[in-house]
Design a protein around this ligand. Sequence first.
Ligand code: FAD
Length: 339
Amino acid sequence: MPEVTWAIPGETAAHAVLDDFVNSRMKLYEKRNDPSKPQALSGLSPWLHFGQISGQRCALEAKKAVGKASPPAYESFFEELVVRRELSDNFCYYSPKYDQIEGQKYDWAKDTLRLHASDKRPYLYSLEELERAKTHDDLWNAAQRELRYGGKMHGFCRMYWAKKILEWTESPEQALKFAIYLNDTYSLDGRDPSGYVGCMWSIVGVHDQGWKEREVFGKIRYMAYDSTKKKFSIPDYIARVNALVKAAKADFKSGESSHAANPFVQNQRAGGKQAQGYGGGAIIQIQITAFFCIDTFDKLPIFGRRRRVTPRRRRRTCSKSPASARAKSARAVRTCSTK
Ligand SMILES: Cc1cc2nc3c(=O)[nH]c(=O)nc-3n(C[C@H](O)[C@H](O)[C@H](O)COP(=O)(O)OP(=O)(O)OC[C@H]3O[C@@H](n4cnc5c(N)ncnc54)[C@H](O)[C@@H]3O)c2cc1C
């Protein structure tokens, strides 16, 4: 599995991404649900996850720059960054079963999943088929490849991706286990309260309401390929992911890193050496230092290397004790809340 090279670890790079976002890209935030144009997202989650920048700092800087974007764009960003993120932190902190079906406290959702547990699934995929993006659905496969090769799936696709895992696996329990395993294994921002709640929202209806009842999903909110394709251009998204995968594979083959462009950043010149530029000379200088650190101290867990997945490790991870995961998540929540 190739190393992710677009995200430079550390506080300085986190501030550069934040600056670029609030000053140039926050105005696009209202259009963030188009995964072929990832610059509309902040791209901050890896740095937030590792505590290299705080949510509070991001919120304050966004507020200062509010004149550069429309108030609704700022408000939507604030809603995700503060309201959604803190809902997730609170859910994991206060729910011992934050990554299990029983963690959903409302009966309507557990009952509906139970009632539809034996419904015939239109497709059934193994963990390996999902992991290798070998499904019939080109959008889902692109999302999984973006996660696997890029280390971060677009936010809109994450919902579709997790909901399809519910549709194509043997049971809601298995769906939740597979989704959390894939998210935690491949996402730079994985192993995070927002990830557990994202999976619980998609599959178990946490922080959601009941919808029209249908096969497999029961009253859990459904997402369809046909309605999704009306929202954005699926071919454009697939083309973007194909380019990302090609660059990652070329790096892996040559054993060198091209430090591929940060897909979330707008003010950068294309191509190898300057691809990470955030627009200013100072930042390029910082990048060179950061690259040096990455290349020299490759094994230092600054961002943590994503885990190499072996069948043995997969078995271990899938049966990982929820207690140890909980302790880890609670520690992460404590660390965030003391900043
Ligand atoms: C199935 C699924 C899995 C997810 N896994 C993760 C994960 O492992 N780690 C993770 O940090 N987020 C996760 N999310 C939440 C969300 O998709 C990501 O936070 C977001 O895509 C990160 O990209 P960004 O920083 O560019 O987002 P932006 O839209 O720019 O958001 C800015 C910040 O707000 C917070 N945020 C945004 N959306 C959400 C949300 N729905 N819930 C909670 N906080 C949010 C994040 O901290 C994010 O960095 C998941 C969502 C789903 C549906």
